[in-house]
Design a protein. Structure first.
Length: 119
């Protein structure tokens, strides 16, 4: 069993920054893909950024150049550095982990952390 716990969300003004963390515990060694998803009110959940095995990284077009995903394997922690935040980044952000060859729906998910970008 795997547990994922997110932290670091909050209220920030447009143009500001936040750093999200996701602490993983349990049998995480087989979960070689980790990522951040988000869901805004009335919208579908979307992939924001992910790190795959071999350190391949993907970003949603809407966050490229502003967000940076990183992973500390020694600490089993995933990060998302978010800069130049915009109101449209407001959402609940979820950490997820899965095997490379499986769908996200088959993986493990955290409880989510709220990010609100507003003046």
């Amino acid at each position: 069993q795997v547990q994922l716990v997110e932290s670091g969300g909050g209220l920030v003004q447009p143009g500001g920054s936040l750093r999200l963390s996701c602490a993983a515990s349990g049998t995480v060694f087989s979960l070689n893909t980790m990522g951040w998803h988000r869901q805004a009110p009335g919208k579908q959940r979307e992939l924001v950024a992910a790190i795959f095995s071999g350190s391949r990284i993907v970003y949603a077009n809407s966050v490229k150049g502003r967000f940076t995903i990183s992973r500390d394997n020694a600490e089993n922690t995933l990060y998302l550095q978010m800069n130049n935040l915009r109101p449209e980044d407001t959402a609940v952000y979820y950490c997820a982990a899965k095997r490379d060859d499986r769908a996200w729906s088959s993986g493990y998910w955290g409880q989510g952390t709220q990010v609100t970008v507003s003046s």
